[in-house]
Design a protein around this ligand. Structure first.
Ligand code: C5P
Length: 303
């Protein structure tokens, strides 16, 4: 085989319930992922050593070295399989960078699949999911696509039923937000409010039954009413301008607006394609329209 290209979707968190900070520094989550139709493409080709290149909007802010999750994924899979990580990875980016849409994690998941195919490993899906979970909390989900509940630090997935399509508009903000910084701000705000040290006093996170029912029914209005993100307050504290973005989208008729994951992308759920067009027109150049659910990361047929 000479080249393998994998297409991988972004995600939005329709519920992100954040529990206490654990001894390992991570937070227990009930994290409802929904795959959305914005995609990166990762192409793996044989090479004499691990190299990585990229293209696309914002590629200048993506580290094209061994700190990239795609490179880490190739190294992890090679070590697991006992093969040499001699591969060139090319990332064509369309998912917003550091935007709370798991673009870096998507590239890690895509690299796992691409290298598995290029090297003819046929690694069982369960094992790929485990490797993905070791790479990062958000890396396994794109291997499933659709919708899933993530517990633990978000990496332990159960697929969820989705009964219809949902229309989204994403407002991509200038500059990223660091995920650890947003979790840190969430802990700080909780401490300031007297909810303890961020460990003991925070209730265990649970998936919202109304939200799961809305997904299963494909009911956009019910989903809009149930959207929640425990990191939103922290993201708004670090980026107060996002509140204005949310107001603009709601003013243009969005059913709901929510910070995506740790932000700073704001996700608007709309009633239909027309509703999305109106919200996108209001937001201007930063708007990205997408539908959900998107499918899992997948190897594309060779041209
Ligand atoms: O797992 P991942 O590498 O994507 O996590 C990035 C950072 O986000 C972690 O280092 C941690 O600061 C924060 N995080 C967390 N709890 C989670 C997931 C991520 O505190 N469940």
């Amino acid at each position: 085989m000479t080249a393998v290209t994998v297409r991988v979707p972004a995600k939005v968190n329709v519920q992100l319930a954040v529990g206490g900070r654990r001894a390992d520094g991570f937070h227990d989550l009930a994290n409802v992922f929904l795959a959305v139709g914005l995609y990166d493409h990762v192409t793996a080709t044989p090479a004499d050593r691990l190299t990585i290149t990229g293209e696309g909007r914002d590629i200048a802010s993506v580290p094209l070295d061994e700190s990239n999750l795609a490179a880490k994924a190739a190294l992890a899979l090679a070590a697991h399989a006992g093969v040499a990580p001699d591969v060139h990875l090319h990332i064509a980016k369309d998912i917003p960078v550091a935007g709370g849409m798991a673009g870096g994690s998507a590239d890690g998941a895509a690299a796992l699949l691409a290298c598995d195919a290029l090297w003819g490993l046929h690694t069982p899906a369960e094992r790929l999911l485990e490797l993905a979970g070791e790479l990062g909390s958000d890396v396994p989900f794109p291997l499933l696509g659709g919708a899933a509940l993530g517990v633990g630090r978000g990496e332990l997935l159960t697929p969820l039923e989705v009964g219809g399509g949902f229309h989204w508009v994403f407002a991509v903000a200038d500059g990223g937000l660091s995920t650890p910084a947003v979790y840190g701000e969430c802990d700080r705000l909780r401490r300031a409010r007297g909810t303890g040290d961020g460990v003991a006093d925070v209730p265990a996170p649970e998936a919202d039954p109304a939200l799961l029912a809305a997904l299963a029914d494909g009911d956009a209005e019910a989903l809009a009413a149930a959207l929640s993100n425990d990191l939103q307050e922290a993201a708004l504290s670090l980026r107060p301008d996002l509140a204005h973005t949310i107001e603009r989208g709601l003013g243009a008729g969005a059913l709901a607006g929510i910070v995506s994951g740790s932000g700073p992308t704001v996700a608007f759920l709309t009633a239909d394609a027309q509703g999305s067009a109106k919200v996108a027109a209001e937001l201007g150049a930063c708007a990205r329209v997408a539908e959900a659910p998107a499918g899992a990361a997948a190897v594309l047929a060779q041209p």
